[in-house]
Design a protein. Structure first.
Length: 157
């Protein structure tokens, strides 16, 4: 991908970390760019004095050696990596996660159904009909609200 197609926001997160954010609406395309940049930098960590890379959904946190690199130098490294092209990341691991609906293991099923104005059976049918790509998992909400929001935002159009 040419640099003109890729925009970045840079935020010094500490004296030895730089947060790279891909602006725009969160999407699988943005996540692919994050993973492409992660892969590109991962190949040359030692050369760039990068100690660790922490990819998230739309950001990449870069921890570097502050005795050999500055924030500005790491920013230039990121821009050069983008100019070389961010290769798509094809390695994916498939994890099968058993799911129990209702009862002891899913006590919030009725509440989730009520919140999204569906029957419990409809919620189960929708949830179990799709493979879900989990690229980063975190929530500030409790699990019931988060589950209801996810179902409502992904499947109610």
């Amino acid at each position: 991908m040419p640099t003109s197609a890729i925009a970045f926001d840079f935020f010094p997160a500490s004296d030895n970390t730089l947060l790279v954010r891909f602006p725009g609406a969160a999407s699988s395309d943005v996540n692919e760019r994050v993973l492409g940049l992660w892969w590109q930098l991962q190949q040359r960590k030692q050369e760039y004095a990068i100690l660790n890379l922490h990819p998230a959904y739309e950001t990449l946190l870069i921890r570097f050696d502050p005795f050999t690199r500055s924030h500005a130098e790491i920013e230039r490294v990121v821009r050069r990596a983008a100019e070389m092209g961010l290769a798509p990341v094809h390695e994916r691991k498939l994890h099968l996660v058993p799911v129990c609906y209702g009862g002891e293991f899913g006590p919030d099923l009725a509440e989730v159904a009520r919140l999204v104005q569906l029957t419990p059976e409809q919620v189960i049918k929708i949830h179990s009909a799709h493979s879900i790509a989990c690229t980063f998992l975190a929530s500030l909400l409790d699990s019931r609200t988060s589950a209801a929001w996810t179902i409502a935002s992904r499947f109610r159009d």
